[in-house]
Design a protein around this ligand. Structure first.
Ligand SMILES: [Cu+2]
Length: 463
């Protein structure tokens, strides 16, 4: 009795300690997860500024994008995906980065943890996430084994393609509940989606990963902890995969240098009047005008990202397949729309309609980029075409993304034509994507999934 009380007291003391900085040496842990705790909670939201797509953030370590988490064996962790920024980002768990996106194993009732001798697969008892609406489990899996193999994802994931007006939350009222689920089932309670995991495999100490079931490139590492919080596997293992997508030691693609004012990625070589020789003139006319700091920053970022799109659109078309040419031209447009939204959000955007518009653009167009690049991958064609100003030899070799080492814009005429084209196209893409997103969310929730398999989003041009 005294011992139990001491454990509880110690747990309370530990629970008031720092919750980690989100690194491999100091993983992020929930505040309520001291020694003796059997269930702990992470509140999950997404941040779309300062990174390539959108990154997970957890209330336990605010301000840290894509942190490394610390989880204890036999403790149940609940990840609340209540916040409307979770739309399009259902949380998954995998033994390697990005799970099915990379054709690697996820945590499932019938998948034995790698490196173990467990026979958990014989009774559907391997560690697996469990997907809930509120307190209602959506599957028939039992963490201790002996149940079914359905861990609830098939019911969970489709809801994440609803727009924010239909999204439940801690204070969700009746008007925020969609009348009918994507699979046609009447919904009678607030959505309050949450994912829970209890890692029970005793001989499995190595790291695993959280990721987004819809988008690639959003993985974060999970370190396993002993009951006292000690890290079980101090070395980061398994390694990140693939290394090109997740540069060591972290897997974040975040804003650095000058573009931190924009909240974008991949723009640092496109700033200044000369754009490092990549565009011959400015894309905005500010001479003789004055702007407040917010607008001046926005203008500067817009000028850089417009040059980046322009630069990446001057391509050598594919000889036989217009789809390839379409993808090589459309991806820079989509990246531009996403970057524009990140920069608008970076200004401290508070207009609800434009916030919703920008989240839609970021989420849906990043998914469309993944789908378009999958077409290239399935045809063994590089992402990003050779540029018109590449040497003929380089163009013939199909070398992607010559980043301005050769002379761009020897002919000015196509430049001005393409300015007109890209301004018009950007407008069309932005407006089109807004209405497409609305139709999409209101109608066919499967429209953006290619054969049920998600594909890579990150393009060399953006990194
Ligand atoms: Cu996502």
């Amino acid at each position: 009795m005294i011992f139990s009380a001491a454990v509880v007291l110690l747990g309370m003391l530990v629970s008031t300690s720092a919750s980690g900085t989100g690194t491999s040496l100091d993983p992020c842990v929930p505040d309520d997860c001291g020694i003796g705790a059997t269930s702990c909670v992470f509140d999950v939201k997404l941040v779309a500024v300062g990174n390539a797509v959108a990154y997970f953030e957890f209330d336990a370590c605010p301000g840290v994008q894509q942190p490394t988490l610390g989880l204890k064996r036999d403790v149940t962790y609940r990840f609340n995906q209540y916040d409307s920024t979770n739309i399009m980002h259902p949380l998954g768990l995998a033994y390697y980065t990005d799970g099915a996106h990379n054709d690697v194993e996820e945590l499932e009732p019938t998948i034995v943890p790698p490196g173990t001798t467990s026979s958990c697969d014989t009774n559907n008892g391997c560690p697996a996430p469990m997907y809930y609406q509120g307190e209602t489990f959506q599957g028939n899996f039992v963490a201790s084994g002996g149940g079914g193999a359905d861990f609830g994802l098939d019911a969970y994931e489709p809801f994440f393609k609803y727009p924010d007006f239909a999204w439940g939350g801690p204070d969700a009222g009746p008007n925020t509940i969609p009348a009918v689920s994507p699979s046609g089932v009447a919904v009678t309670a607030p959505l309050n989606w949450n994912m829970r995991i209890t890692q029970t495999a005793t001989d499995f100490d190595q790291d695993f990963f959280y990721f987004c079931h819809i988008h690639t490139g959003m993985s974060g590492r999970i370190k396993q902890l002993a009951a006292d919080g000690t890290i079980l596997s101090p070395n980061d293992f398994p390694a990140l995969f693939p290394a090109s997508l997740y540069p060591a030691p972290e897997y974040k693609v975040v804003s650095t240098g000058q573009e931190q004012i924009c909240g974008t990625v991949g723009l640092n070589t496109f700033f200044e009047d000369t754009h490092n020789g990549k565009c011959p003139t400015s894309f905005i006319c500010t001479e003789g005008l004055s702007f407040d700091t917010e607008s001046a920053n926005f203008n500067e970022c817009l000028d850089a990202m417009d040059c980046a799109m322009q630069f990446n659109m001057i391509i050598v078309p594919n000889a036989t397949d217009p789809i390839v040419t379409f993808v090589h031209s459309m991806v820079p447009h989509h990246i531009n729309a996403i970057q524009m939204c990140k920069t608008l959000m970076q200004t401290g955007l508070e207009d609800d309609a434009f916030l919703a518009l920008c989240w839609n653009i970021v989420n849906t167009q990043s998914l469309q980029i993944m789908e378009m690049n999958e077409y290239l991958a399935s045809n063994s064609i590089p992402e990003g075409s050779a540029k018109c100003f590449d040497t003929p030899a380089a163009a013939l070799a199909g070398s992607a993304n010559n980043n301005g080492n050769s002379e761009p814009f020897s002919n000015q005429e196509p430049f001005f034509i393409s300015i007109t084209v890209f301004v018009a196209a950007t407008f069309v893409v932005a407006v089109g994507s807004f209405f497409a997103a609305r139709r999409y969310f209101e109608g066919n929730e499967e429209a953006n999934v290619v054969g049920g398999k998600s594909v890579k989003m990150v393009d060399d041009n953006a990194l």
